[in-house]
Design a binder for this molecule. Structure first.
Ligand code: ATP
Ligand code: MG
Length: 426
């Protein structure tokens, strides 16, 4: 026998019993986004490598060691997108969506990062991202956060996530802060973990979210970014916090929250949970007012976030918050008792689907004994079994038997069946 091939490590198949949960989650997200006036945009999964280098930043974890990049047959360097913001900005710019207008966009799709696979961390994972353009005040930051909070409430997880907020100020603020931080840390190099020592030269702000205990201890005495913010950034942050207070959205200001991508400035935020172990960030975002210009466009303020779909679904499952009916995919299963009955059964099924628009009806194909077909009814979870045998074909009727009630089988006309099913599904 030939050797069976396996999926690539860290890239998951989603089987039917999982896709129904994903669809449930997706319906909730779409509803919340539509109700707030956001429009969907779809971008390719492949982009020029240059796009990510110029946006995310050369000395970030993503660009340094996580991207799937390769030369295509023309020798152009392409990369499987590790995130969606860069491609969304590229697309919006390319199609002139940013000129003198505001935009509220969202996208959904797979992202790719060569990380060590573990629970909540995969090499192909899904994000739903939301990006807005052309609005510079804190009101839109607040809208985004309120929108995400509403989604958590819809999903039932609001009590299990914590909102962390920070302001990164302007590029000039961060430059002044970086110098102060580096000066402080240089005085304590021996206490720094290896990763942080390397970052001291390349990307010192990232040291702030180091996982090392001793480094975190050391940071307690370090200068804090909030002392380096200019007046405008400070006011922006005050404004945002006032709006969140007014909306009753709880948050904690985390002065060490920096995010791993270079394009962020002013507001950054993360929704974090304790339910998932180390992979606790389920949604993260912030403001990136400089990115559009950096990618060659006319300057446009922007703010957005992305949520990790696998982590949110893991949360729903861990907390037992997936409604049971999500797994019921079939309302009725039609047994076909005899090869000669198939054409009657198939066209009967089409008539029923036409007359009962929400009906989900499976017809037994491929024959089988009554017993084996009944087993399929049970496996389908359908509460109603419909039955067609020679008798029903002759009399143009159909048998109906409820699976969840102890009642005898009924023989019904097409019209009676439609009425019963309509009642059942109402
Ligand atoms: P982390 O700190 O967990 O590595 P990140 O800062 O790299 O996350 P972002 O680039 O901000 O994450 O992506 C937004 C969200 O996408 C994350 O909060 C997380 O929910 C999800 N995410 C990121 N990387 C992965 C991954 N490899 N597998 C699954 N989900 C991921
Ligand atoms: Mg990461």
């Amino acid at each position: 026998m030939a050797k069976q091939l396996q999926a690539i490590r860290g890239m998951n198949d989603l089987l039917p019993e999982q896709t129904v949960v994903w669809q449930y989650f997706e319906r909730k997200v779409r509803k919340v986004l539509a109700s707030t006036g956001y429009s969907e945009i779809r971008m390719p999964v492949l982009e020029p490598t240059e796009l990510f280098k110029r946006s995310i930043g050369e000395v970030t974890d993503i660009v340094e060691k996580e991207m799937y990049s390769f030369d295509d047959r023309n020798g152009d360097s392409l990369t499987l997108r590790p995130e969606g913001t860069a491609g969304c900005v590229r697309a919006a710019q390319q199609h002139s969506l940013l000129q003198n207008q505001t935009q509220r966009l969202w996208y959904y799709g797979p992202m790719f990062r060569h990380e060590r696979p573990q629970k909540g961390r995969y090499r192909q994972f899904y994000q739903i991202g939301v990006e807005t353009f052309g609005m510079e005040g804190p009101d839109i930051d607040a809208e985004l956060i309120m929108l995400s909070a509403r989604l958590w409430r819809e999903l039932g997880i609001l009590d299990h996530v914590r909102l962390e907020l920070n302001s990164l100020g302007t590029a000039a603020d961060r430059k002044r802060y970086r110098e102060a931080l580096v000066t402080y840390l240089r005085g304590h190099v021996d206490a720094l973990d290896e990763d942080s020592r390397r970052r001291l030269e390349s990307n010192p702000l990232r040291i702030l979210d180091s996982k090392s205990e001793t480094t975190q201890q050391l940071l307690k005495g370090a200068p804090v970014l909030s002392d380096y913010l200019d007046e405008e950034s400070r006011q922006h942050f005050v404004g945002l916090r006032a709006m969140l207070d007014e909306a009753g959205i709880a948050y904690v200001v985390n002065p060490r929250l920096v995010r791993g991508l270079d394009y962020y400035g002013k507001t950054v935020f993360e929704w974090v949970t304790e339910e998932l172990g180390a992979q606790g960030t389920v949604c993260a975002g912030g403001r990136y007012d400089g990115l559009v210009e950096q990618l060659g466009g006319k300057p446009a303020p922007a703010v957005g976030f992305a949520m990790g779909v696998e982590r949110l679904i893991l949360m729903l499952e861990t907390l037992g918050l997936v409604p049971a009916e999500v797994h019921n995919q079939v309302d009725a299963y039609l047994l076909v008792l005899g090869a000669d009955c198939s054409s009657y059964a198939l066209s009967l099924a089409e008539k029923l689907r036409l007359a009962v628009p929400s009906l989900r009806l499976v017809v037994n194909c491929g024959g089988g004994s009554f017993k084996s077909q009944m087993k399929k009814v049970v496996r389908s979870g359908a509460p109603v079994a419909l039955i067609v045998g020679e008798n029903e074909v002759k009399t143009r009727t159909v048998g109906l038997k409820y699976q969840d009630r102890d009642e005898p089988q009924q023989t019904l006309s097409l019209e009676q069946t439609q009425n019963l099913l309509n009642q059942q599904l109402a």
